[in-house]
Ligand binder design. Structure first.
Ligand SMILES: [Cu+2]
Length: 339
């Protein structure tokens, strides 16, 4: 009898232990999380018509599924040049009248072979000593605004959407624009330095002469050839690429800071084809809405993909110090030198 009750006790302790251990591994009941109001997926600043497939001044432009696609009027100018589109289309862009000039069908195959592209340098999410808010903002993700320096097509008008909205106009984006030309084109890239520091353009991997016709450096590297382009000055780089492929361009002034700050872009040389009006600029990378003849022979759509890392400390420095006379000293103290 005694043995029997001991056995009963032992089994009830086992049962108790079992239910206790189960309680410790049970998942907690679901918590109710308030997700907040549902935000609009796409900003209201970009007209919905910009996403549609369309023809502008004879330029076929594919549909885009992006929230912030390039302005179709800009694309027409990138394909035909600001000199070959109607005044009405030009007025729908914020491009300067001489931003992209296309002329001279040198090989007689129905497309222009002399291309002049003018680039400026713009600061995004920078600051001024005069106001507390950032000037000309650009979100790399919602609400994320590191300071960047980018090459941008030469613009007219304001860098912002309006006097009251600090958002950058659609031509000013990170990363810097993709430049796209045809094999054997004569390409002039004119750097108009609209920034407060010296800069240059080095055509990395692109087949180009080291000196230009006047005997000055054409390589964008101060240590070996041309001088840096000082604020307010301009410099023309002349190339005639013989090799098709995807290459790279970047600033060669203090490259360990200017490149991560955003002064870098893709340069694509398309194969030479008849009637091949290539999209000379793709702002912010992404969908090429007017692909080249060679691409359309094999593919329906083309995208430019540009990865760019960002150094938080460096971007924060520039955000806090831009236009500040103490800028040089502060960055020098932290091992980032400017001159
Ligand atoms: Cu630079």
């Amino acid at each position: 009898m005694r043995n029997h009750s001991l056995a009963l006790m032992a089994s009830s302790i086992l049962l108790l232990t079992h239910s206790l251990s189960q309680a410790s591994t049970d998942l907690p009941p679901s918590a109710k999380v308030d997700m907040g109001p549902v935000e609009e997926v796409c900003s209201a600043f970009t007209p919905a018509e910009w996403r549609k497939e369309q023809v502008v001044d004879g330029v076929t432009i594919q549909a885009s599924h992006l929230c912030n696609p390039d302005n179709p009027a800009d694309i027409a100018a990138f394909v035909k040049g600001t000199n070959n589109i109607s005044m009405d289309t030009l007025m729908q862009t914020q491009l300067a009248a001489d931003a992209i000039t296309m002329s001279d069908d040198i090989d007689g195959d129905g497309d222009p072979d002399k291309i002049i592209i003018k680039l400026e340098i713009v600061e995004l999410n920078g600051h001024s000593p005069d106001v507390k808010t950032p000037i000309t903002t650009f979100d790399i993700a919602p609400g994320i605004q590191p300071t960047f320096w980018v090459y941008a097509p030469k613009t007219r008008d304001m860098s912002t959407l309006s006097l009251y909205e600090p958002e950058a106009n659609p031509l000013l984006r990170v990363p810097s624009p993709v430049i796209r030309v045809e094999q054997d084109d004569i390409l002039w890239i004119v750097l108009e330095n609209t920034h407060y520091l010296p800069h240059s353009i080095h055509l990395h991997g692109v087949d180009h002469p080291f000196m230009d016709h006047s005997g000055s450096g054409n390589d964008g590297v101060a240590q070996t050839s041309n001088m840096d382009t000082m604020p307010g000055d301009s410099k023309t780089y002349v190339i005639k690429p013989r090799q098709a492929g995807t290459m790279y361009y970047h600033c060669h002034v203090q490259p360990h800071t200017h490149i991560p700050m955003g002064l870098q872009g893709i340069l694509v040389v398309e194969e030479n084809r008849p009637n091949n009006w290539v999209q000379s600029l793709n702002v912010g990378a992404g969908h090429v809405r007017h692909p080249s003849v060679a691409v359309l022979e094999k593919y329906d759509r083309e995208y430019d993909l540009h990865y760019q890392s960002a150094d938080k400390e460096l971007h924060d420095y520039v955000a806090r110090s831009a236009n500040d006379p103490r800028f040089s000293r502060k960055t020098h103290e932290h091992g980032i030198r400017y001159y």
